[in-house]
Design a protein around this ligand. Structure first.
Ligand code: NAD
Length: 284
């Protein structure tokens, strides 16, 4: 039977620390960190994610602003808005909520954000630094996954075999790099991987970021493996659930993250931490 790795208690501690830091800044009469979220259109999941992020800012006393642009806004207009925010001295962190409408190129948008304000860590400069082992601005979800591994003393993964399922720029690839930095032997799998189940069955650590409800069942998992479920799915039958069949895998893994209250809450806490990091870097 596994130990359930809840993210919410870890996230709560991180938020408490940040809250105290902000209270101190206020006491000293200093400017407080300011996060700006840019939303293009009104994707229902995005609206709900942004609400969660704003609530978290409010809880710790961090300033947050939401800028909403119409779905039809052109890429040039979005880039112009980003430029204005890049030059705004009062803004420390800038996040462009995904997904963007189809007519806007995500990669061009990421590259337009000032790397010093890039709280998501998606700018190629920050991604490159993450690949090179620098620990300043790391994408929020991968960073949250690593913090969860810290809680079970998985800082040094020498001799461990880690399998990441999913190769997205925002989750799978950076998670793979961060596991590698901890000396794990890493395989990153994806939709074109053959014999996926056989590969996963060998893993000591499995990180799943696919977006397919309950895809990973107990028969995929080696006895005693650590299973981190990044997936967030809203399924007709199962409701809100991860990519891992939690109930069955619970019997097999040594540790497993739940959905909700697992990686998702860590992502928000890491966003707050990255905003504070950007604030400090900008202030020198
Ligand atoms: P994505 O769609 O960009 O990437 C999905 C990856 O899964 C791709 O690399 C694809 O090759 C792979 N894949 C698809 N089908 C597969 C299959 N049958 N077998 C093996 N690999 C397969 O998704 P993403 O942005 O990386 O997100 C993945 C999941 O994580 C989604 O459910 C998303 O909602 C969730 N997510 C959660 C958080 C969080 O904070 N918890 C943050 C980001 C994403």
């Amino acid at each position: 039977m596994s130990t359930i790795l809840y993210g919410d208690s870890v996230a709560k501690n991180i938020k408490q620390q940040l809250k105290e830091e902000i209270a101190m800044l206020m006491e000293q009469g200093k400017r407080i960190p300011h996060l700006v979220v840019l939303l293009v259109g009104n994707h229902p999941a995005s609206v709900s994610y942004i609400r969660g992020k704003q609530k978290a800012c409010q809880e710790i006393g961090m300033r947050s602003t939401l800028i909403t642009l119409e779905e039809e806004t052109t890429q040039e207009e979005v880039l112009a808005q980003i430029q204005a925010l890049n030059h705004d001295e009062d803004v420390d962190g800038l996040l462009v909520q995904l997904p963007l409408p189809a007519h806007i190129d995500e990669k061009i948008v990421f590259e337009a954000i000032d790397p010093q304000k890039d709280v998501d860590g998606f700018h190629p400069y920050n991604m490159g630094r993450c690949m090179m082992g620098n620990t300043s601005i790391i994408p929020c979800t991968p960073k949250g996954v690593m913090k969860l591994l810290d809680t079970i003393n998985y800082e040094d993964l020498s001799g461990k075999y880690a399998v990441v399922i999913g190769r997205s720029e925002i989750v799978g690839k950076p998670v793979g790099q961060l596991l590698l930095k901890r000396h794990a032997t890493v395989t990153i799998c994806h939709s074109k991987t053959k014999a996926l189940k056989e590969i996963v069955k060998q893993a000591d650590i499995v990180v799943v970021a696919v977006g397919k409800a309950k895809m990973i069942t107990a028969d995929w998992i080696k006895e005693g493996a650590v299973v981190i479920d990044v997936g967030i799915n809203r399924h007709e039958e199962y409701g809100l659930c991860g990519d891992v069949d939690f109930e069955s895998v619970l019997e097999k893994a040594s540790y497993i993250t739940p959905v909700p209250k697992g990686v998702g809450v860590m992502t928000v806490a890491m966003l707050l931490e990255n905003t504070m990091e950007c604030y400090k870097q900008r202030r020198g």
